[in-house]
Write a protein that binds this ligand. Sequence first.
Ligand code: PHE
Length: 326
Amino acid sequence: MISIEEVIKEYKDDKKDSLDIDKLEHKYLSRKGYIAELFKGIKDIIPEKKSAYGQKLNELKQDIEEYVAKNKTQEIESNIEIYPINRLDMQSRLGGLSPISRLIFKIQDIFAGLGFSVAVGPELESEKYNFDMLNIPESHPARDVWDTIWVQNPAGIKSLLRTHTSPVQIHYMENNKPPIRIIAPGKVYRYEATDSTHETVFHQVEGLCLDDKASISTFKGVINYFFKELFQQDVKIRLRPSYFPFTEPSFEIDIWLEDKWLEIAGAGMVNRKVLENGGITDPNIQGFAFGFGVERLAMILYGIDDIRLIHSADIRFASQLGKIQL
Ligand code: PHE
């Protein structure tokens, strides 16, 4: 039987020789290792020396355990390779502009070619600008279908998430004199049950052209040019009589695609009352306004069959659209 002194000596030698830590652990601490063997030997020690022997043996065991533990952590640490970043199996994907933003930029470019600049207005719009100034009376049915989220400020001014970009017309007229040629892109909100062609939040591009001769035929020319540039081909357009309180006469613009007419925008000659609300009193000033749905244009251009996909934040959808060249 090996003695404790012999084990201590051998342990010192093994440390000096840097014996492999797993081997050392096995040799001393395993079930059949030296320490276990020495513990078994306690019963043969004479009673007076048992306690001293036990203590010595426990100290040795603890010493070996600490040595093993320390060396194992060192081993783990030295095994961690610091991977250079390009060795990580991780793809970096650059984000990009959403197809809607890119389409809006494209639309801005086309209209810039016709001398239209870009204006913006607030998304939280006062009742006055969203409705009253646009000649939409309290009793008008549009107020019910356009009932979005209302906010009232401490001064009692009622505002709502704007239901269309037409209020920008008024803001712009109040701050600028004709001739006016602007488009106003932005988000609008609707109280709507969503389906494949309706969303509660979408984008519009408003247009406003006011001078001393802007007529319906000017309007037709502008719209024809716009669609031809956007679709890169001649597009058949139809103006259908319609009704908006802020235009007189009013139209729906339809475009002929493949085999059917698609409603694409509301438009009309700006109502005299609206011009006056915007501070334009000169009777020689006239013009037209229009409002497109951007998502609807995107759906036609990119062949998207469900409007809800556009803002779904689904990476599979976004990455497909990211490849489209405008
Ligand atoms: N604001 C109208 C809508 O959202 C569209 C429109 C704009 C109609 C300008 C006429 C003139 O439906």
